[in-house]
Design a protein around this ligand. Structure first.
Ligand code: MCN
Length: 833
């Protein structure tokens, strides 16, 4: 067969793209089988074990700590108290001072003279075995002079309230305000409310949750002279290293932090833990390796919690359903101390309350409030689920007040596809999207018309099992990055990410990334990116991460930032590799660089695609370095750092159909459909997995999970028997889909997906339950929607909470606002705190 030159060029199949392929995750075999190094698997010669003595009371002065019996216990090497470490332990850091006058009490790793929450460390046992350390905990005798615990935020901010930290003189850490009128991004909010036909006001409780990661926290420290290596089940080895150096004074270059494979975090391992500081200080003091691994109940009791806001939200509109203004006032529970980004979580949410709607006026105020509970901090979504919940709930309430279909109200107010990029009233520039398209696809996936019809039939026949349909048409800001923007929000660090690509002589490729996956599948996705960029086989790429000695520059993984920021750094490094390789290829092929084509991993002179040099051959050539251009270094390796100019804004429509048994209060998700737009999808399998995981956690907030404290400040949900993390069997099948609107802010065109399902799903589920029983006079149900709460809301009124607290809110304003004859239902005033 003869092939003409033309035919040959046109018929050569292009390289098959890796991006978009549903590759199974290359890291899963070792993660699922456990054939890897989890921190707690590590055993070092002579290693000592730490066990922490914890306060059984929420608020007290420590009047004495007797460690003599514990010191005598078999296997115990020493016992240290807060006083023993007072000179060196410093204060656990908070990196987000949201206001210049924010009050931040010192936070020693071991309490010195006061305890402020149950579970706070009061002493640490160092022993030769884990069991010896645990046994000795029981022998430490601490005298406490009890103080009244402060547990209720609304009480805590009243005049004359008991104080968590009496030296601060207040329980309010900070008052953060964003006013669109003052910022120049919107009109006068008070005027908008004064002029509105309709005002709807609600008080929502976004309950406290516990990020229940699969692998408990664990840390091992090995001293080598004045150098230290720490292995920790952390999301943030790079940030941790900087913080540990600052807190302990150990020079940063003497400290290596390794996050080996880490079994989940969900924000709960975005932290500098007291036990990490203690392990380092004790290893330094004793010159011996030490290990601490928490028990599951220690984890639930002392790892930071998430959410915990009381939200007062008012929306103003005209009678046609055009929104005119939004006003939000939050009480955000900080817990007893400010941890790494505790104060910033609600402040981040400040920018998301307007959701996808074109509010012309907006004002946000938040008080960060101290209580005698475990500190809160980032938990999947961090501020954005809380905001999305409030706005998606109140849009439904406004629809009810106006007698409008909730989707019709949303459509009337949301940003239209042709209006992107769109600057919101909160000052964010949303990048791209089409809310109509996602919504239509989600309705089709759900089988909306049939379910509405069934809902009508059940209502007419007075069926004890009623059906409801709830929406969440959400967006979120993620790809936490633009360093300048983070700086303007007083965040203590930047948001760039870094990558290096090393071309090995045998043609294999090492990618070093500053992101630190702990379940997100970066090894697979980054391999796909590099395979496309360099034209090398997917299998030839190895991704290295999570060790400050291997990947010295990084900002780590949280805020659904890794693909759009870290993945982009990888692409940029790959582009540099290709550019360097091009120079060598031109030299070796004796051609001009401009005449070279690069396709499928091969440089060839234009018009002669059959011959040329692969990038892997060039890697070998520069390793040998016998023949390379005069003006270049003999390497094609490259580094890149990427700092985007904007966040990315995934969006989507989530629709939940819910059955509510009005006799028992039992709720059951009948169908759940969601269409997410995360821009270009690198790996559809990973994206679907991320959405599923997020949905599980968002649905869990709506239906199952709540961290509950008793009147003395004891966590009564301290085990998985009491704290209801749903299993796969408790969750429905998810019908998922995607629309794709490429993100303009990064060359991949991607938006983050790691938190989307969690942010979107909670209000869809609650709205669905309310839609099922609203005709019975129910207008709110407190999360989680336990059968008891649902039953109470139906049969006893209120929101199903344990007590109804009508009256003034914490800001002294009336709970119920009435404008032009439209009033808010009293049932929204309930709550059990
Ligand atoms: N991805 C993709 N295409 C897109 C977007 C993302 O293929 N358009 C892929 C990425 O390549 C990556 C994964 O999806 O493999 C998640 O990417 P991204 O949205 O960038 O999120 P991060 O990798 O930064 O992960 C952080 C995010 C957060 S904030 C929490 S909390 C969370 C989450 O990821 N915690 C998790 N997902 C988790 N998944 C597991 N298993 N465990 C956790 O602790």
């Amino acid at each position: 067969m003869t092939v003409t030159e033309d035919a040959a060029t046109t018929q050569v199949p292009g390289p098959e793209k890796e991006v978009g392929k549903a590759r199974k995750r290359k890291e899963d075999a070792r993660l699922i089988t456990g054939r890897t190094t989890w921190t707690d698997n590590m055993v070092l010669p002579g290693m000592l074990h730490l066990s922490v003595v914890r306060s059984p009371v929420a608020h007290a002065r420590i009047t004495g700590v007797d460690v003599s019996a514990a010191k005598e216990s078999p296997g115990v090497v020493t016992v240290l108290t807060g006083r023993d470490l007072a000179e060196e332990q410093g204060s656990i850091p908070c990196a987000w001072p949201v206001t210049p006058d924010m009050k931040n009490p010192g936070h020693p790793s071991i309490a010195v003279d006061r305890v402020n929450h149950v579970g706070e460390a009061v002493a640490v046992i160092v022993a030769r075995s884990r069991t010896a350390a645990a046994d000795a905990v029981e022998l430490v005798d601490v005298d406490y002079d009890l103080l009244p615990p402060v547990l209720d935020m609304e009480e805590a901010v009243r005049e004359g309230a008991d104080l968590v930290h009496d030296d601060l003189g207040t329980n309010t850490s900070y008052h953060f305000v964003f006013d669109a009128g003052e910022a120049g991004t919107g009109g006068d909010t008070e005027q908008a409310f004064a002029d509105a036909d309709v005002v709807v006001s609600r008080r929502f409780v976004n309950q406290r949750l516990i990020p229940a990661f699969m692998e408990p926290r664990s840390v091992v420290v090995q001293p080598q002279g004045d150098n230290f290596t720490m292995w920790s089940a952390t999301q943030i080895p790079h940030v941790l290293r900087v913080m540990l150096a600052m807190v302990t004074g150990i020079p940063e270059h003497k400290l290596r932090v390794v996050a080996p494979d880490v079994g989940g975090g969900f924000g709960g391992k975005l932290q500098v833990n007291p036990e990490e500081i203690l392990a380092l200080l004790i290893a330094r003091r004793l010159g011996k390796p030490v290990k601490w691994t928490e028990t599951r109940s220690e984890s639930l009791m002392t790892a930071h919690h998430g959410r915990d806001q009381v939200q007062f939200i008012d929306v103003a509109a005209d009678r046609e359903g055009n929104v005119k203004g939004l006003r939000v006032r939050l009480l955000a529970d900080m817990g007893a101390y400010l941890r790494l980004i505790t104060p910033g979580v609600p402040a981040l949410g400040a920018f998301m309350f307007p959701g996808i709607y074109k509010f012309p006026a907006y004002r946000f105020e938040c008080d960060g409030v101290f209580t005698n509970k475990v500190p809160t901090d980032a938990y999947r979504g961090a501020g954005r689920p809380e905001a999305t919940f409030a706005v998606e709930r109140i849009m439904d309430e406004l629809a009810v007040e106006l007698g409008m279909d909730p989707l019709e109200l949303r459509r009337r107010n949301w940003i239209q596809s042709q209006e992107f990029p769109f600057t919101t009233v909160a000052g964010l520039e949303y990048d791209s999207g089409d809310y109509d398209a996602a919504t239509q696809q989600a309705l089709d996936l759900l089988g909306y018309s049939e379910l509405r019809e069934e809902q009508r039939r059940r209502r007419e026949s007075n069926d004890p099992v009623q059906l409801g349909i709830g929406f969440s048409t959400f967006t979120e800001m993620c790809g936490l990055a633009p360093s300048r923007v983070l700086g303007s929000l007083s965040y203590g660090a930047g948001g760039w990410e870094s990558a290096s690509i090393r071309m090995l002589p045998t043609g294999k490729v090492e990618v070093v990334t500053g992101s630190t996956p702990h379940g997100q599948g970066h090894e697979t996705a980054w391999s796909q990116l590099v395979a496309d960029s360099l034209g090398v086989p997917f299998e030839d790429v190895e991704v290295l991460h999570g060790d400050t000695a291997v990947a010295p520059r990084g900002m780590d993984t949280y805020g659904s930032r890794s693909l759009v920021v870290g993945g982009t750094a990888v692409i940029k490094a790959a582009d540099k590799v290709v550019a360097k390789a091009r120079k060598v290829a031109a030299h070796l092929l004796e051609a001009s660089e401009d005449d070279l084509e690069f396709s499928g991993g091969k440089f060839s002179v234009r018009g002669t695609p059959g011959s040329g040099l692969s990038i892997q051959e060039i890697a070998l050539a520069v390793f040998a370095a016998h023949d390379y251009p005069e003006d270049v270094e003999p390497t094609i390796d490259a580094d890149a750092t990427f700092d985007p100019v904007n966040f990315s804004f995934p969006h989507g429509t989530h629709v939940c159909a819910m059955e509510v048994d009005t006799d028992t209060g039992f709720v059951k998700i009948r169908k759940y459909a969601c269409v997410d737009d995360v821009g270009t999808i690198v790996n559809p399998l990973i994206v679907e997995g991320q959405v599923h995981g997020g949905l599980a956690q968002g649905i869990a907030q709506a239906l199952y999970e709540e961290a509950v404290y008793d009147a003395d400040g004891n966590l009564t949900t301290g085990t998985f028997v009491d704290y209801l993390v749903p299993s796969a069997a408790d969750l429905p099948h998810f019908d998922t889909g995607n629309t794709v609107h490429v993100a303009p802010g990064n060359p991949i065109g991607a938006k983050g997906v790691g938190e989307a399902g969690c942010i979107a799903s909670t209000p869809a589920v609650v709205n669905a339950a309310l839609d099922a029983v609203r005709h019975l006079g129910v207008s709110d149900i407190r999360m989680p929607l336990t059968p008891e709460r649902v039953w109470r809301a139906i049969h006893q009124g209120g929101d199903g909470g344990d007590r109804a607290t009508a009256g003034s809110n914490a800001y002294g304003g009336a709970q119920t606002e009435t404008t032009a004859g439209v009033s808010t239902p009293q049932s929204a005033l309930g709550g059990d705190r």
